[in-house]
Design a protein around this ligand. Structure first.
Ligand code: PEP
Length: 247
């Protein structure tokens, strides 16, 4: 699976709809890979309408912890579900940097799962440290986010090392390092959720995935797909990455 995190890259409904229509029309070219798209809030509806009836999933880049009520500026999981959203990205490093705590992230996970959405939990170290202590940061993020959470088969973990985000393919993680980290994440997931979580929770890699490195990372990295930022805003790049993930 390949999840496109559009961030604020795609700005207008017309551009979003053009992208969605084109993706739907070209779906056969990446058959065997799942395409998921996370537009910014104002673009979710136009994209969801366009993709209705297709296998392409539409999601949100963030959700509120609140289910309803007096929360100005917040958007609940239920409101998103009502307009065709099936997943939410939670704990993205750009939101952690804006102040989201592990506790808030856990509440968002609970809200998303409770409303029937799939939750994509983002984790990843700020930097790789020679003594390997960055692994503890990843483990802590997973344990804290999943404490008391019952994923009900709708959890995805996106491993996104912060140092690799928003750069170019050459700056991304190498396949060998990714494979090692994916094995570590599976071990932590099995501690947090039990052994069968290992086969039920897909692990994605995010951090400067582009057409130039997608195939190698897929072959060597031991992950189930990608969470893609900047390259997902370009239809040709996104499709090339999807093709690299075809079974
Ligand atoms: C992201 O921020 O989720 C991401 C993976 O970004 P990029 O692909 O631009 O590194």
């Amino acid at each position: 699976m390949v999840v496109g995190n559009w961030k604020m890259y795609v700005e207008a409904p017309d551009a979003a709809k053009k992208f969605a229509t084109s993706l739907r029309k070209k779906a056969r070219s990446f058959a065997g890979a799942e395409a998921w798209l996370a537009p910014a809030f104002p673009l979710i509806s136009p994209v969801a309408v366009d993709l209705k009836g297709s296998a392409i999933k539409v999601g949100a880049q963030a959700i509120s912890v609140h289910a309803e009520g007096a929360h100005t500026g917040e958007v609940s999981a239920k409101m998103l579900k009502n307009i065709g959203v099936s997943f939410a990205i939670i704990g993205h490093s750009e939101r952690r940097a804006a102040g989201e705590s592990d506790e808030l992230i856990r509440e968002q996970l609970t809200a998303a799962l409770g409303a029937g959405l799939t939750a994509i939990l983002c984790v990843g170290e700020d930097e790789r440290l020679p003594d390997g202590s960055h692994f503890a940061q990843i483990a802590n993020q997973i344990h804290r986010a999943l404490q008391g959470v019952v994923p009900m088969g709708r959890l995805v973990v996106a491993y996104e090392p912060v140092w690799a985000i928003g750069k170019q393919a050459a700056d991304a993680m190498q396949g060998e390092d990714l494979e090692e980290t994916a094995i570590f994440i599976r071990k932590i997931l099995s501690e947090a959720l039990g052994r069968d979580a290992v086969s039920r929770v897909p692990i994605l890699y995010g951090g400067s995935v582009e057409p130039a490195n997608a195939q190698t990372l897929m072959k060597e990295g031991g992950v189930n797909g990608f969470l893609v930022g900047h390259a997902s805003a370009d239809i040709d790049s996104f499709i090339e990455i999807l093709k690299a993930c075809k079974k």
